[in-house]
Write a protein that binds this ligand. Sequence first.
Ligand code: MN
Length: 130
Amino acid sequence: MKPKVLVIEDNEQNLYLVTFLLERHGLEIIPARTGPQGVALAGHIRPDLILLDIQLPGMDGYEVARQLKLIPSLAGVPIVAVTSYAMEGDRSRGMAAGCVGYIEKPINPETFVEELRPFLPPGWKSEATS
Ligand code: MN
């Protein structure tokens, strides 16, 4: 079974890039364009990893993380914050909200999947051929 990655991201270009990179490596992507949509999907699909944009309209990523942490079936599912905010304290705010990792935008296509590897199921191998 392919690992499932829930990607909560409101920016279509970022969503496209993340989807392209992860699918190329053999991961299954489930997109959500808002925080509430992501929270609603997460409980049903039981993702292996959640990528969470922090800068979301309406409910921001910190609040989304807090709500995700309230879902019992998601216990142990890593949440990785993805943010363009270079603000001091952003990382610690994310950790306090329940994120276990932090990736800065702009995403580096060369290293993105490797940055996520620590949060993917143990033993997972990329299917990318090049
Ligand atoms: Mn955003």
